[in-house]
Design a protein around this ligand. Structure first.
Ligand SMILES: O=C(CO)[C@H](O)[C@H](O)COP(=O)(O)O
Length: 230
């Protein structure tokens, strides 16, 4: 049985096989995406001709370390393929993302892309979204109002994400509220409701972006499943 890190490493290398020369790709964030970026770096060394749009500062740094040419989202017209991780995936290919606090940029990159392959170990597959606390990125000014509104409306715990004893600050200078829903009965309505609250920048529900999943299992199997809806 493979360790979680070995599953992610295998996934990262398998994912790189979906990239071909001439593509503009979206490069995801997180520990699974990390291995994809290592694999991509090796392919670029061997002659693969790609341009990558990073979904976070951390990923931009990894692209630079691995000598992968990068562009910002403003410098490309569109993205052919995004390869990114997820915190949860439901049977309808809907995701929770943002465990790394990068979901705003990740969603903007996914929205600009023709296709998105989600890389995840099998522990991320769930029958219903919500066990993983849903990240909601908020403007620091007045964040407590937003925190209280979500907590009171749904009767749940909403915590301010911290790092080193202080609020975690996203790449875009915002806070992250982690919303402990437990289960999310209606992701579409929740998505719309959250994003209309003044001060909310973006939530971590990705409901219509995944065109396929690449799932790694502890026995070493890796399974590619296209989303029949896309
Ligand atoms: O959404 C993300 C970062 O904002 C990541 O893709 C998600 O948290 C999964 O990360 P990992 O591959 O480390 O489990």
């Amino acid at each position: 049985m493979l360790s979680n890190d070995d599953i992610k490493k295998n996934l990262g290398f398998a994912a790189a096989d979906y990239v071909s020369s001439g593509m503009t790709i979206g490069a995801g964030t997180g520990t699974t995406a990390y291995w994809f970026l290592q694999a991509l770096g090796e392919k670029v060394k061997q002659g693969l001709d790609v341009v990558a749009v990073p979904t976070s500062t951390a990923t931009a740094n990894l692209l630079i370390e691995n000598n992968v040419p990068l562009k910002t989202l403003n410098e490309v017209d569109k993205i052919d393929l995004v390869l990114d991780g997820a915190d949860e995936i439901d049977p309808a290919f809907r995701l929770i993302k943002g465990g790394g606090g990068a979901h705003l940029q990740e969603k903007m990159v996914a929205a600009a892309a023709d296709r998105m392959i989600v890389l995840a170990d099998a522990s991320k597959l769930v029958s219903q979204l919500g066990r993983f606390p849903l990240p909601v990125e908020v403007v620091p000014f007045g964040y407590r109002q937003v925190q209280q509104k979500i907590a009171k409306t749904y009767g749940i715990d909403v915590t301010v994400r911290e790092k080193f004893g202080a609020p975690f600050i996203s790449d875009h200078g915002h806070y992250i509220l982690d919303c402990h829903f437990g289960t999310i009965a209606d992701p579409l309505n929740l998505h719309a409701w959250l994003n209309q609250i003044p001060g909310v920048v973006e939530n971590g529900l990705f409901l219509q972006y995944a065109t396929a999943t690449l799932i790694g299992y502890p026995d070493g199997n890796i399974i590619f499943t296209p989303n029949p809806q896309r």
